[in-house]
Design a protein around this ligand. Structure first.
Ligand code: GAL
Length: 390
């Protein structure tokens, strides 16, 4: 009988090598798969394509040339981590789940006395693209080094590229020597008792009538938490907490987006609204905001208007379910229209961790609309963009 040929050592070697290659490739694939995000997991560590937790807090998103660019505050570890030690960061993505680190696009300055000196406060950077000038325009909340939150300025940086580098241009308090629209002649000259006690009914009335507006008339209005919004007609607006965070201002930007035209309106005087995030759907403007409790979360509120200049109506808290009264332990920073999907908007919020700011988490949730058309935000442990297809 003919003997079966024995497996030669060469053949064995080849088969084993092949097996090893297949095993290695599948490990590599699994590793890559693990790094690849297919969904949003609010509150969990969110890694970029280098497997590092995304560092872009108080952020906003620019959509340009089929790509999303996420700009935010680059936070560091430890007690100084909420002041600007590094600068503004940027990440890019085409699917919203996976983000590539584009680096620091506006670094802090090492020059003593510079507005954006290391140790200043740089918060809530937002970037918009100006079609006419071809420039990318960034505005952000700036507090000068060593002055706590007293400076209350907005600041401008500009670039020829989405991913920078951005050049710092100026910082200012907006609308100096300008009265808001619809602010009566009579109120402009009204005198107030400088000793008025805070939080008393007569003090509230004075704030409503513009006591702080008058106080800051010469040097410009305070500007802290802020957002930018470009309307369908190409006009851009700067929305910011003003008057000691008591009143929101919406200001029109110049055609190049690099200055203020002087047209502005006050909304909800003495309403104590911060963290503004404005979006538009079916010709209605929606504005989400938080109350003022620093890094601690509070109850969000939503407003709506048919014109950006108002009148604005209150819709109450858009969040529903458990922890809705704390905005699911987050604070609004931006509302992102999803490209290529109808009526698809994402609530972007920050879950701050002031004791170790670098660990701050992102709470992204879909905005849904109830039967009456009112925007609502529900919690999901995990979700993806297909939620908008239903
Ligand atoms: C929050 C504000 C943050 C940051 C913080 C500082 O109210 O939204 O952006 O300024 O206060 O305490």
């Amino acid at each position: 009988m003919k003997k079966k040929p024995a497996v030669t050592s060469k053949k064995l070697y080849l088969s084993l090598s092949l097996l090893a290659i297949v095993a290695l490739a599948s490990c590599k694939f699994k590793e890559q798969e693990a790094k690849y995000n297919h969904s949003f997991k609010p509150g969990k560590i969110w890694v970029d394509t280098d497997s590092l937790h995304i560092n872009a807090h108080g952020g906003g998103i620019l959509y340009y040339d089929n790509t999303y660019y996420w700009f935010g505050e680059f936070k560091t570890a430890g007690p100084d981590g909420n002041s600007a030690q590094v600068g503004v960061s940027c990440y890019s993505s085409t699917d919203l789940y996976n983000w590539e680190n584009e680096g620091i696009v506006l670094p802090v300055s090492n020059e003593a006395g510079s507005d954006i000196e290391k140790g200043s406060v740089i918060e809530r950077p937002k970037v918009i693209y100006n079609e006419k000038t071809g420039k990318f325009v960034m505005w952000f909340h700036l507090e000068l080094k060593g002055q706590g939150y007293g400076a209350a300025r907005t600041a401008l940086a500009v670039s020829d590229n989405a991913v920078g580098p951005y050049t710092f241009v100026k910082s200012l308090r907006p609308n100096a020597q300008q009265w808001p629209m619809d602010y009566s002649q009579e109120l402009r000259t009204k005198a107030y008792d400088p000793e008025l006690k805070w939080w008393t009914p007569s003090w509230y009335k004075a704030i409503d009538q513009g006591m702080f507006l008058q106080r800051d008339f010469e040097g410009g209005q305070m500007s802290r938490d802020m957002q930018l919004f470009v309307d369908d007609d190409g006009k851009a607006y700067h929305i910011h907490s003003s008057e000691d965070n008591l009143t929101l201002h919406i200001s029109e930007l110049t055609d190049d987006f690099q200055g203020f035209t002087g047209r502005y309106t006050r909304i909800f005087p003495a309403g104590h609204n911060e963290a503004p995030a404005l979006f538009k759907k079916d010709d209605i403007y929606y504005l989400m905001a938080s109350g003022c409790t620093g890094w601690e979360p509070n109850e969000a509120r939503m407003f709506e208007a048919r014109s950006i200049w108002g009148p604005w109506d209150s819709l109450g808290n858009p969040c529903v379910g458990e922890d809705a009264h704390l905005t699911f332990h987050s604070q609004s920073t931006y509302i992102l229209p999803v490209q290529g999907k109808e009526d698809a908007f994402i609530y972007m919020g920050d879950r701050w961790t002031p004791e170790n700011p670098i660990d701050g988490r992102y709470i992204w949730l879909p905005i849904q609309f109830d039967e009456s058309g009112k925007p609502v935000v529900n919690w999901y442990d995990e979700w993806n963009l297909s939620i908008f297809d239903n």
